[in-house]
Ligand binder design. Structure first.
Ligand SMILES: C[S@@+](CC[C@H](N)C(=O)[O-])C[C@H]1O[C@@H](n2cnc3c(N)ncnc32)[C@H](O)[C@@H]1O
Length: 220
């Protein structure tokens, strides 16, 4: 965990940039209800913080993998969820932690700074095992990835295989400390028949339309 300490060398995690803890329980409840996970399902939460969302996920009976890279949060999570036996706390960077091979959902209030990287990891691979995600993301980011006119290959590729929509606006005051901007509850659902060979065909079509350059399509 030396890496995480190096990156977060403040005494209080609450003073670290990008850490906005959910203080509105109704947002956490809405996310978990929307995800509709149940006993036996596998759920990954990225950036579990102090467990505001994890606590509701635990109640579903699903197996929860709570990924968090801040050592103080990791210790709090381990203490808080030790008794239940269904939450596994993983002290790793969300950008590098191995992802499940079997079908899984993601429910998370993710750090704004790694939103694009995380979506690339989750939605990008042809054989991704991700089935569904309910995410709290920055409002502008949610608008870009759900736009009916995707501006780059990544977003077009994600939209070709996943239904993506904004379920609700999440006001900045729902977090402690409040970020500068509002967030969104972004819903992602994989469409059937969009993995493996089918994914490769879809990718070819999207690439033909968009190329790899974000600006290519607009210049045509
Ligand atoms: C927006 S806060 C959300 C916290 C918690 N889920 C909640 O809703 O209260 C983002 C969390 O992600 C963690 N985090 C930031 N970058 C991370 C990374 N690269 N890998 C894992 N966790 C990260 C932060 O320490 C923080 O706990």
């Amino acid at each position: 965990m030396t890496t995480a300490w190096n990156r977060h060398n403040r005494n209080s995690p609450n003073n670290s940039p990008g850490i906005h803890l959910l203080r509105d329980a109704s947002v956490a409840r809405r996310l978990v209800t929307s995800a509709a996970v149940t006993t036996g399902d596998l759920v990954v939460e990225f950036g579990a913080g102090t467990g505001a969302l994890t606590a509701y996920l635990e109640r579903t009976g699903a197996r929860v993998i709570a990924v968090e890279d801040h050592p103080r949060f990791v210790r709090r999570l381990e203490r808080r969820f030790a008794a239940g036996g269904t939450v596994r706390v993983v002290a790793e960077d969300a950008r590098a932690v191995p992802l499940p091979n079997r079908p899984y959902s993601v429910v998370a209030s993710i750090p704004y700074a790694i939103s694009t990287q995380l979506l690339r990891r989750l939605l990008g691979p042809d054989d991704t095992a991700l089935v569904a995600a309910d995410l709290v993301v920055e409002w502008g980011f949610a608008k870009r990835v759900t736009s009916s006119q995707p501006r780059n290959f990544d977003v077009a590729w994600w939209q070709a295989r996943f239904d993506m929509w904004i379920a609700a606006r999440v006001p900045a005051r729902s977090f402690q400390p409040s970020p500068q901007v509002d967030s969104a509850h972004l819903v992602v659902r994989r469409r059937p028949g969009t993995r493996g060979g089918q994914a490769r065909r879809i990718r070819r079509d999207v690439r033909a339309a968009y190329g790899k350059s974000p600006n290519k399509r607009r210049r045509r």
